[in-house]
Design a protein around this ligand. Structure first.
Ligand code: ADP
Ligand code: ADP
Ligand code: MG
Length: 536
């Protein structure tokens, strides 16, 4: 361990070797043995500042301090603003806190868990939004975020993606000096994520904006500067000094922060560039026939047949409301098609997009009931440790947070005896570290057991690291959808990104995909040559 935790560090994934001198004194500590926060993000007018790091590491604490609601105590019993101003004299935070003390900083926040909004607000969408229209731009926001059709609906009837956009509109409509968006991507597809990113960039022109985001492609394109946050969730958190976005994300992926001289992870998160492979040796595992499905006079889905190979992971991408979940539900036999038949005769294990815990059973009892291998060293190494399950073994399923439940559901899916494993949006509610671990777990599972996995997700980094081939859904959201592919990664990504009108390049150092600026030289060149997604 690093020696500063009271308890033994349970978070084996993050290993902190020694702490720099500058971190001897916390910015804030909740009581003598409480959580300690070191450092603070620095909001700046005209910039979108990002925080990259796990949950439970002091992001909300930081925002409470920056909003003036919590006076940092520097590890003492009680904080006072004079000491704070003295502490930050001569730094970028001095002017900021001076304005806070003078009552000149109003804060507008988008909460992390939009699912909780219907519990707190009972009325219609228009009533919720109406109260926030302090800048006179609400109508514009409703239009831009495609919310026209939901303003007259009750908040309790909105989907996750609609709630997320309502919450973003509410935050943006308020008149504030400091805006905080605690995650923008949950429930949104990549097109919507990019739309919201552009909106936030516009807000930041005359105000300061702080964003927490776990979709790295979005964090990368959205922010102007980032802080990395690391530590031990619930024990301590460290917010680094600001870094340039490219350098910061690369350091984070490599797991080593040179300026801080800190290793935050034993191994790097690596991107492999998948070359188009003509010489694919994998055997065909299952073929599925063409089928179609129509919901009353609503949405219609059409899927051509295809084949899946043994040991491969197939990504599925496409906008929201295009039939991805319906497609996998039909494969899994949960929904019957109207015409045709997938005709899959192998055993399928399926993790739905929306997971619900309805029995209050303990996590370990639940998992033990599913897998004969529970408790074996194979299970520990391949499933339980990377999914950080042991720390929640004694919790009840019904008490788990969204991210905890997601990890249990992924473990449960991979614990079933089956040939084809289908996971619908496994990245939801997970932080970057957990997404990378889930990716590794699924990849190793498919490869070492020669099983096939189908993964629906919107996180491009995750899809890039996971998939050998890609299916692309196209059509008109909530009206009709068509399943295309499987394609090679390159062909599939080019097709998908062409529909979106965005191009990616590869980072020279880490090979991670990066969104090109719209209309930049690379963007224009790549669009012209059809290389929307650089594989080389
Ligand atoms: P994040 O936003 O990164 O998830 P938070 O800032 O909400 O993290 O919380 C960091 C830690 O501080 C958590 O372990 C939390 O339990 C603890 N904490 C938050 N608020 C208080 C408080 N008022 N008193 C004591 N501990 C707190
Ligand atoms: P995706 O997973 O791509 O977001 P879905 O397959 O969940 O898309 O949904 C596609 C469309 O079908 C949406 O417009 C959705 O509202 C509609 N839909 C899904 N299930 C049903 C159902 N059981 N009855 C009626 N409409 C449905
Ligand atoms: Mg879906």
């Amino acid at each position: 361990g690093c020696g500063i935790c009271v308890n033994k560090c349970p978070f084996k994934a993050i290993m902190i070797i020694g702490l720099p001198e500058a971190l001897k004194e916390p910015t804030h500590r909740y009581g003598p043995n409480g959580f300690a926060l070191f450092g603070l993000p620095v909001p700046r007018v005209g910039k979108v500042t990002g925080i990259l790091g796990p949950n439970g590491i002091g992001k909300s604490t930081s925002v409470q301090i920056l909003s003036g609601a919590l006076i940092p105590n520097f590890g003492q019993e009680k904080g006072d603003w004079d000491t704070v101003l003295e502490h930050y004299a001569g730094t970028a935070l001095y002017d900021y806190f001076k304005a806070v003390v003078d009552g000149k900083v109003r804060v507008s926040q988008k909460p992390q868990y939009v699912d909780l909004i219907p519990k707190a607000f009972k009325g219609k969408t228009s009533e919720l939004l109406g109260k926030t229209d302090e800048r006179g731009i609400l109508d514009e926001l409703i239009d831009y975020l495609d919310l026209k059709s939901v303003v007259d609906r009750k908040i309790s009837e909105l989907s996750g993606g609609e709630l997320q956009r309502v919450a973003i509109a509410a935050c943006a409509a308020k008149d504030a000096q400091f805006y905080f968006f605690d995650e923008i991507s949950p429930y949104l597809d990549i097109y919507q994520r990019i739309n919201v990113a552009r909106l936030i960039q516009r807000i930041s022109k005359e105000r300061s904006v702080l964003v927490v985001e776990h979709d790295l492609a979005i964090l990368d394109m959205l922010t102007d500067v980032i802080h990395i946050a690391y530590g031990e969730p619930a024990a301590f958190g460290v917010v680094t000094l600001p870094k340039s976005v490219r350098v910061g994300i690369n350091q984070y992926l490599k797991g080593y922060l040179p300026e801080e001289n800190i290793r935050i992870r034993p191994e790097a998160i690596k991107f492999e560039v998948h070359p188009p492979r003509e010489d694919y040796q994998l055997r065909s595992m299952v073929t599925f026939g063409s089928f179609s499905k129509k919901f009353g006079d609503g949405f219609a889905l059409k899927a051509a047949g295809g084949s899946l190979r043994e040991g491969e992971v197939l990504g599925i991408v496409g906008p929201n409301g295009i039939g991805k979940s319906t497609f996998v539900k039909i494969l899994a036999g949960e929904v019957k098609p109207d015409e045709g038949d997938p005709g899959i005769d192998v055993k399928i294990s399926y993790k739905p997009q929306y997971i619900k815990a309805d029995t209050s059973v303990r996590v370990q009892d639940f998992l033990r009931g599913i897998s004969k291998q529970f408790g074996t060293s194979y299970y520990e190494v391949e499933i339980a440790n990377p999914l950080q399950l042991d720390r929640i073994y004694d919790s009840l399923l019904t008490d788990l947070s969204g991210g905890e439940l997601q990890r249990v559901a992924i473990a449960a899916c991979l614990s079933q005896e089956a040939d084809l494993y289908i996971l619908d949006e496994p990245s939801a509610h997970l932080d970057v570290e957990q997404r990378s671990m889930v990716t590794k777990v699924i990849n190793r599972f498919a490869e070492s057991n020669q099983k096939t996995a189908l993964v629906v997700d919107h996180d491009i980094y995750m899809i890039d690291m996971l998939s050998q081939r890609l299916m692309v859904f196209e059509g008109k959201p909530s009206v009709y959808g068509e399943a295309h592919g499987p394609f090679s990664m390159e062909d599939g990504m080019n097709r998908f990104l062409k529909n979106l009108g965005i191009t990616f390049r590869r980072d020279e150092e880490t090979r991670r995909p990066r969104v090109n600026n719209l209309g930049s030289r690379l963007d224009r060149e790549q669009k012209e040559s059809g290389n929307y997604y650089y594989s080389a």
